[in-house]
Design a protein around this ligand. Structure first.
Ligand SMILES: NC(=O)C1=CN([C@@H]2O[C@H](COP(=O)(O)OP(=O)(O)OC[C@H]3O[C@@H](n4cnc5c(N)ncnc54)[C@H](O)[C@@H]3O)[C@@H](O)[C@H]2O)[C@@H](O)CC1
Ligand SMILES: Nc1ncnc2c1ncn2[C@@H]1O[C@H](COP(=O)(O)OP(=O)(O)OP(=O)(O)O)[C@@H](O)[C@H]1O
Length: 290
């Protein structure tokens, strides 16, 4: 199935629908989505976007057809972020949600929810001897790769941390996802990784980057070699997405801006005024829903 044209089309449709999921706030409120292309604006109805991304309940469907996703994230410090991401995909209707995290994080994440499938496969430098790094890295990749074909989408980064050995293994996972045409949402520390290794996503149209204010700043500095310009925010975002070879970027903020390098959309529905940790993680999980 993997790599067949129907699989690729399914993943493209999946991604298109995922982009509809970029609205982030309470669904009972009305919101507007403005698509700006060459100065013109389009408005879309929130309810139709919601309907289009919510898997239908159909008695003829079997387990998995409403989406199988995996989150790559979770380390000693951060166990909440991958949980939020993985559980939000399930809550909006996906059938199966996996988490690939470090050995320390796994029992904690498992204890949050029996619905998640948790793989304690990632390793941080402190637990690996230098002479074992190559073989352990191969083992980690093999563990994830054997599952890869089952996934409709990966989320890479929530609560991943920044351990160099761990990030090196995750680079291998992104490369494999890309070779397998699996869409990848990059968030949190995954953005730290790809900002420093742009080749991982550059030119991959099935990549969605979801930077917050700091992550966006780092991307702009690295790719455009300048500072964030809020006066011309849509134009700058469009240029950034284009320079990274047509990836989709969702810039989070008071209004979310989304661009694939050809058009820019904004989602300006206002939701909760709370700005607590975890809201972006929930958003990253919602984006993968079929
Ligand atoms: N419960 C958990 O496990 C959580 C884990 N998280 C993980 O923590 C790691 C680091 O993410 P962070 O988001 O903390 O790192 P960032 O580097 O994005 O943010 C760090 C700092 O930026 C500041 N900041 C945030 N918004 C700002 C704004 N609009 N203007 C100016 N400063 C602003 C914050 O106060 C914070 O001090 C990631 O792996 C992430 O996934 C977070 O998602 C939060 C929840
Ligand atoms: N100033 C703001 N006003 C209103 N909404 C905002 C504001 N900043 C961010 N948001 C919204 O909050 C959600 C989370 O964005 P945020 O910038 O907190 O992400 P994050 O830092 O990656 O989150 P996390 O704590 O999960 O890592 C997004 O849906 C975004 O649209």
């Amino acid at each position: 199935m993997l790599g067949s044209s129907s699989s690729i089309i399914r993943r493209q449709q999946f991604l298109i629908r995922a982009l509809g999921g970029c609205f982030k706030k309470q669904t009972h409120q009305r919101f507007t989505m403005q698509s700006m292309m060459s100065g013109s604006a389009l408005e879309a109805d929130a309810l139709s976007v919601l309907r289009s991304i919510t898997p239908t309940l159909d008695p003829t469907r079997h387990k998995g057809q409403a989406g199988k996703i995996a989150v790559i994230g979770g380390c000693r410090e951060y166990t909440g972020a991958p949980y939020f991401s993985a559980i939000s995909a399930l809550k909006i209707g996906a059938d199966l949600s996996h988490v690939f995290c470090t050995k320390d994080a796994a029992p904690v994440i498992k204890s949050y929810s029996p619905e998640l499938i948790v793989h304690p496969v990632l390793e941080e430098s402190y637990s690996v001897r230098d002479e074992d790094k190559i073989s352990i890295s191969k083992k980690v990749l093999a563990e994830v790769e054997k599952w890869m074909e089952r996934f409709d989408c990966l989320v890479v980064g929530p609560g991943l941390g920044r351990d160099p050995f761990l990030l090196d293994c995750v680079s291998g996972i992104i490369k494999h996802a890309r070779e397998s045409n699996v869409p990848v949402v990059i968030d949190g520390d995954g953005l730290f990784l790809v900002t420093n290794s742009l080749d991982l996503v550059s030119g991959y149209p099935l990549a969605i980057l979801t930077p917050n204010v700091n992550e966006y700043k780092r991307l702009v500095q690295k790719v455009l070699n300048c500072e964030v310009n809020d006066q011309d925010a849509p134009e700058q975002l469009l240029l950034l997405a284009k320079r990274i070879g047509g990836v989709t970027i969702l810039r989070k903020g008071i209004s979310d801006l989304i661009s694939d390098g050809e058009t820019v959309s904004s989602v300006s529905m206002y939701g909760s005024p709370r700005r607590c940790g975890g809201q972006g993680d929930i958003l990253s999980g919602r984006q993968v829903i079929q």
